[in-house]
Design a protein around this ligand. Structure first.
Ligand code: FPP
Length: 266
């Protein structure tokens, strides 16, 4: 799986002249985001309750983390619970939170040993207090790991994240701490909850649905999208490899005419 070019295309902003900087470091990160969709349909097809689909979804997540490490992915951001998911029946919401608790209890120590850094992306406000404590502890225990970065998007909505960023920027401008002329895509990205993540390379959605569903709207600006007709509980090594193979064949131009290697900084 090619992680990226070893030479970067440099465009002189004054002259527009292009050159290749052969000394530029190879792209080190491979950031994949996943909308893990189809748990409910998987359960229905098996005449089971939806919770069984989510339970099987956790197993699929565990398989996919292992596969991602093996396949050279460095960062994986998964959509576990959106700000809109609170609209689901209370019992299903409770079951999802329960599965997250169980996942942390059963797998955190293994993930820590395997070099995985676990982080949460999303709003703490509104989450059960014990979940906030558990996810913060999970990050604290794994924060020095750098083999693989797992971001679990929990109580996450991209629009809310963008609005929070705008509010913070507006506050800084009003206080005189920030000049509006200094706001660029790069600086704006620094206000998002994903600010310390590398650019998103690939966004996968399972179950045949073709929507972003308020996931990583800003970050997906130059990401490649792969939609797969597989229900999330059936996911694992082979489907992820298939998605990465499709990604490797894509011609990423980042807005340029030729297949250059200018990566946006967000
Ligand atoms: C979408 O399937 C899936 C979700 C809303 C939750 C994803 C959660 C998991 C994979 C398990 C929990 C994760 C952790 C980290 C413990 P859906 O319910 O919308 O399926 P449907 O579209 O077929 O009804």
């Amino acid at each position: 799986m090619p992680l990226g070019p070893t030479d970067a295309l440099i465009i002189n902003p004054q002259t527009g002249e292009k050159s290749h900087d052969v000394k530029a470091p190879a792209q080190k990160s491979l950031h994949v985001a996943v909308i893990m969709d189809g748990n409910g349909r998987w359960a229905k097809a098996k005449n089971q309750i939806r919770t069984m689909g989510h339970k099987a979804g956790v197993d699929a997540l565990k398989r996919t983390i292992t596969a991602a490490v093996d396949l050279g992915v460095t960062h994986m951001t998964v959509f576990a619970f959106s700000t809109e998911n609170w609209r689901r029946p209370e019992a299903e919401v409770n079951d999802l939170m329960g599965l997250l608790r169980a996942f942390i209890k059963s797998d955190l120590e293994r993930l820590r040993r395997e070099g995985v850094c676990v982080r949460i992306v999303g709003q703490e406000e509104g989450l059960p207090a014990d979940i906030v404590g558990m996810v913060n502890e999970a990050h604290e225990k794994t924060k020095d790991n750098s083999r693989f970065y797992l971001q679990v998007a929990l109580n996450y909505g991209a629009q809310a994240d963008i609005i929070e960023a705008v509010k913070r920027i507006a506050t800084e401008v009003r206080a005189g701490d920030l000049n509006p002329d200094d706001i660029t895509p790069e600086t704006f990205g620094g206000y998002l909850s994903t600010h310390d993540l590398p650019p998103l390379d690939l966004l996968i959605r399972t179950s045949g649905e073709h929507r972003l569903s308020n996931f990583l709207l800003w970050e997906a600006a130059y990401a490649e999208f792969v939609f797969q007709d597989i229900l999330w509980p059936d996911y694992g090594y082979e489907p992820l490899k298939a998605a990465l193979d499709i990604f490797a064949r894509r011609d990423r131009r980042f807005g340029a005419v030729e297949a250059g290697h200018v990566k946006p900084a967000f």
